[in-house]
Design a protein around this ligand. Sequence first.
Ligand code: PLP
Length: 431
Amino acid sequence: MRDPATSQELFARARDAMPGGVSSPVRAFGAVGGSPLFVQRAEGARIYDVDGNDFLDYVMSWGPLILGHAHAATVAAIAEQASRGTSFGAPHLAELELAETVRGVYPGVERVRFTSSGTEAVQSAVRLARAATGRSHIVKFEGCYHGHGDGMLVAAGSGAITLGQPSSAGVPADIAGLTLVLGLDDVTPLRALMRGRGGEVAAIVVEPMPANNGLLLQRPEFLQAIRELATDHGALVLFDEVISGFRVARGGAAELYGVEPDLVTFGKILGGGVPCGAFAGRSELMEQLAPNGPTYHAGTLSGNPLAMVAGLETIRALADGRVYGELEELGARMEEGVARIVRDGGFPVRLVREGSVFWLSFSADQPPRRADQIPEGAAEPYAKFFRGCLSRGVCLAPSAFEVGFLSAAHRPADIDETVDVFAAALRDAFA
Ligand code: PLP
């Protein structure tokens, strides 16, 4: 790797102009040390920095780029749309087509409302759940991340957990108090809570595939129990599929696990790499939104044409299932490779994976299903491992708690190269 001098210079300048030098905290490399790369361009499975280095990328913009960077058909659709207008603030065909596409693939969805981010989608879906049930509280699970809306920054994952701040300053206690937090993978406390306070709960909110505090794969029975307890107590189930939507199957984790929520939120892949989110559900709920109902949601750039065409192009490419098959093969190849190097080197590490989402758990224990099962102290060897990977041309998320993403642009040879880099970086980490 060449000296990242230009990135370092730019980062020093950025810190003078932007808090922490970044627009989103994890990007600052605070948990792994060093200076973030300033990216010049990206193509396929690779990113290129301003110092002339290139890297095999497994961050993939934190999930949207299931087809890879600068996917040709997606770029062409964006360029073509841009020449016809970048924003209308009025209905247009691509928006309708994407709404119909979502409705056609996600279980139980009859109406879709677009937003500009996943955070906004969750906030608005929670408001709708409160309006529809006439209740104030929500249940969320420790380590799940649902964007940075006030009530969601309670025991949150992602950047919040990376920085050791699972809750945020500036969230009034009255608002935080409306969020009831439970651990994942345990039905007993959920049952007790719903028995005692179920009448106050508007929605049980969960990432059906929790991927923001490591990858805490859930048993389908736990999701089914959430479904049943919510129904029994008149609460709604909100699946936050901002990561898992279109990623683990066309119908997201709902299809994968066979559990249907009342409301669902999307982001990331839905916009094909352009800012986008959505919330969706049955018509009787969604029709309670303005202008038809009393629950307000709006957005200057909601349903933005660039995002709609990029999302359409991306989701169309997933239609025949071929990409999911290829991603599964790549994932299995990485899993086998990591199992081999871990066995040979005796490293206390496991690869946890669902399809094209993977996480290196820095522990030899069974893969955790709850945030509190992740051993303390994993962050330190991860930071060394991360730097070892980066110096050898493999870019992972700069946090022990964030997952990695495979894309259709990764090739089997990329995976083999990555496994070799992992082996060397693990030797560094545990030297
Ligand atoms: N929900 C989940 C599950 C997420 O992973 C994220 C972001 O990573 C969000 C919500 C927030 O989405 P955004 O960053 O687009 O606001």
